[in-house]
Design a protein around this ligand. Structure first.
Ligand code: IVH
Length: 674
């Protein structure tokens, strides 16, 4: 057989295997009705994997191992959103709202008395969902995921009667992403909870909606009356001029959108809307936690763009926290992954605005001392949105109140000494290498969604494997295969679930540099700083090479002294270096991608001078950044373009001397579209 024929045959077999594996996976996971034994299923997986190993160039897009493939590798199919799903910046008072509107006007170079139309709507406390319609047919329904890739929960969405499965009208775009919120009405939440056992009850409607949405068995979702309200547009090949305009189409398509809505153009009207809705909040059928304000005009939205993950054109003005009182039953100490020891109050369960609360964070020991909180006291607690409830104050000291809570001198988990660093309110365990809770916390962080995203490997599984000594360090996750025999006999595990875990672990081995940095769980190195570091060093080797170089770290814009010290400390520890060395041999860390698309200004050094009429300096800078240009401040022979507004000053003269390309404002704007 010649090579070509052989490859055709292998591709055919891989396709058959992908289809068969997918079918049996659905029968097992979703229908609870397997047709073959686990052993037979394993054989199929083995055959597929061996072929893929031998012929990597023939791996199919729909391969069972491909995370963008089917439900085989993970619980749900992973799908990339056509347009990113973002989150909203929060405002907490009228002043924040004023600042939001002022910032927008400044960015757009508009006077403060100019008018901009805003759409005001309640912020529904549910889960965002992206409905993708192709030629009018609902083809996927994805959760937000990490904003770029979400999980396809369409099988469960078929049971949501609110959501049209087909958009019927003459003007349906070829492709459209409609975004909105999936939620449970308050009354349905209570009915659902009343049917569940105590240890299965959900603590609030949002969690109940989340639990229902991610059920593998669509029959369960069927009995949970999820609802949907559309509130946004993702990708669409039909261009809309405004939100209003888009909502008109939603109406035609019988897609529910919020009836509580107003279009206004003054801060006062915006605030009146907030007050009005806050007053009727408890009478609304579903949980809301604030008001969302969004610029109505899509052209203006595009100009405003984003800051990090938040659009500049929208904000959520949050309602103040809901309060109630209850009794403290116990005060426990929890040790987090960075060694922080946090006191947690166990409470007599209370209902705050429809949510059952039985724990509250006490933050740190200073706070307990200041508020003189003790066991048996009656306390006021408050809850704001999804945030962990907090204790505001002691309302009544109990007659038999407990002893004063003292700062523990030893870690409650590993008994090592504790330390409270200067200028820090937090007490910490000093033994990161052997403290069980710290290690488990690090393992959970490493495999969590925003890090390696190992599906199906959460707190429960990690604790189980830790106790059995299968994993003690991060790198052990990648050699779980050797415990297959023991694991498949464990309660809750079998061949299939073990294989799925191994596939999820394998999928996680391909990761972006910023996510990898974040996954290490270094104190003060959160998502934003991880991105800054990835942007700075671009590849993993450069990153690692510079982590002990204080002078180099000091040069990075956005890195404060705490972050720098924390990095230096982390990379000083031998155990961390050993782990990192092992990890980079196992994991493929992708280089950070600096720019998404090439433009006329990509990689060009540009300078602005003088006053531009149409764009604020902030908008110019933002646009230049989007286009991949570098903005510099002083003219040199490396400058590619000087963009000149009114009253340019000395830079123009120098640019002429150095024969640098000079662009007027009009030329700049024209070229930004090339
Ligand atoms: S507009 C940035 N309108 O809040 C995207 N969002 O943190 C603009 N949400 O993920 C969203 N009610 O799922 C918008 N009336 C509403 C909303 C709303 C709830 C959610 C949304 C988003 C989250 C932002």
């Amino acid at each position: 057989m010649n090579l070509q024929n052989k490859e055709v045959k292998i591709t055919k077999r891989l396709k058959e295997l992908a289809l068969t594996i997918r079918k049996h996976n659905i029968l097992y996971h979703q229908k609870d009705n397997p047709e073959i034994t686990d052993g037979e299923f394993d054989k199929l997986i083995k055959e597929n994997n061996e072929l893929e190993k031998k012929y990597p160039h023939l791996i199919l897009k729909e391969s069972p191992n491909n995370s963008l493939g089917t439900e085989v590798s993970n619980k749900f199919e992973k799908i990339e959103h056509k347009a990113k799903m973002l989150s909203l910046a929060n405002a907490f008072n009228k002043k924040d709202l004023e600042d939001f509107v002022d910032r927008i006007k400044k960015f757009l170079n508009k006077s403060s008395s100019s008018k901009i139309d805003f759409i005001c709507e309640p912020k529904i406390d549910g889960l965002s969902l992206n409905l993708y319609y192709k030629k009018g047919k609902l083809t996927s329904a994805t959760t937000r995921g990490d904003g770029t890739i979400g999980e396809n929960v369409i099988n469960n969405i078929y049971n949501v009667t609110d959501i049209p499965k087909e958009l019927i009208s003459s003007n349906v775009p070829k492709e459209i992403e409609i975004r909105g919120e999936i939620y449970l009405e308050k009354k349905d939440f209570f009915v659902l909870n009343s049917k569940l056992l105590d240890n299965e009850k959900f603590s609030n409607p949002r969690n109940a909606a989340a639990g229902s949405l991610r059920q593998l068995d669509p029959n369960i979702t069927k009995n949970r009356p999820l609802k949907f309200i559309a509130h946004g547009l993702g990708y669409s090949n039909k261009k809309y001029s405004s939100i209003e305009n888009f909502y008109n189409d939603l109406k035609l398509w019988k897609m529910p959108f919020n009836e509580i809505i107003e279009k206004v153009d003054t801060i006062n009207a915006m605030y009146i809307f907030y007050k009005k809705i806050e007053n009727i909040r408890s009478k609304i059928n579903y949980d809301i936690d604030g008001i969302v304000y969004k610029v109505n005009d899509y052209n203006i939205q595009n100009r405003l763009g984003f800051v990090g993950k938040n659009p500049r054109w929208a904000v959520a003005l949050k309602f103040s926290a809901e309060k109630t009182s209850t009794k403290i039953l116990e005060i426990d100490l929890q040790v987090g992954r960075t060694g922080a020891i946090t006191p947690v109050a166990r409470l007599e369960t209370v209902n705050i605005g429809g949510v059952l609360v039985s724990n509250a964070s006490l933050h740190n020991f200073d706070e307990i001392e200041k508020k003189d909180i003790r066991i048996n006291d009656l306390v006021e607690i408050q809850r704001a949105g999804d945030v962990i409830p907090q204790i505001v104050k002691v309302i009544k000291k109990s007659k038999n109140r407990g002893n004063k809570i003292l700062l523990p001198t030893n870690c409650p988990t590993c008994k090592s000494p504790t330390i409270k660093e200067e200028d820090e309110a937090i007490l910490r365990c000093t033994n990161p290498n052997d403290c069980k809770d710290q290690i488990i916390g690090q393992l959970i962080h490493f495999s969590s969604k925003k890090s390696l995203n190992i599906d199906g490997f959460g707190e429960k599984q990690i604790k189980q494997f830790y106790e059995l000594k299968f994993i003690r360090k991060i790198e052990d996750i990648f050699s779980l295969q050797k415990y297959k025999k023991q694991i498949i006999t464990l309660n809750g595990w079998g061949d299939l679930s073990f294989n799925n875990l191994i596939i999820a672990i394998n999928n996680s081995k391909n990761i972006e540099l910023d996510k990898f940095i974040f996954s290490l769980g270094i104190r003060y190195i959160g998502e934003t700083i991880s991105k800054i570091l990835a942007k700075e060093f671009l590849d993993i080797n450069e990153f690692l090479k510079n982590m002990s170089n204080k002078d180099r770290l000091l040069l990075i814009d956005g890195l404060g002294p705490k972050a720098i010290n924390s990095l230096l400390n982390f990379f000083k520890r031998k155990t961390n270096l050993i782990t990192l060395n092992k990890l980079i041999k196992i994991i493929n860390v992708n280089n950070f991608k600096k720019i998404n698309k090439l433009s006329f200004f990509t990689n060009k050094n540009i300078i602005f001078t003088g006053t531009l009429k149409k764009m604020s300096r902030e908008e110019c800078k933002y646009l230049a950044q989007q286009l991949g240009a570098k903005i510099t401040s002083s003219i040199s022979k490396n400058t590619d373009f000087l963009i000149v507004g009114e009253k340019p000053g000395s830079k123009l003269k120098k640019a002429k001397e150095l024969k640098i390309n000079i662009l007027t404002e009009e030329e700049w704007i024209k070229k930004t579209n090339q």
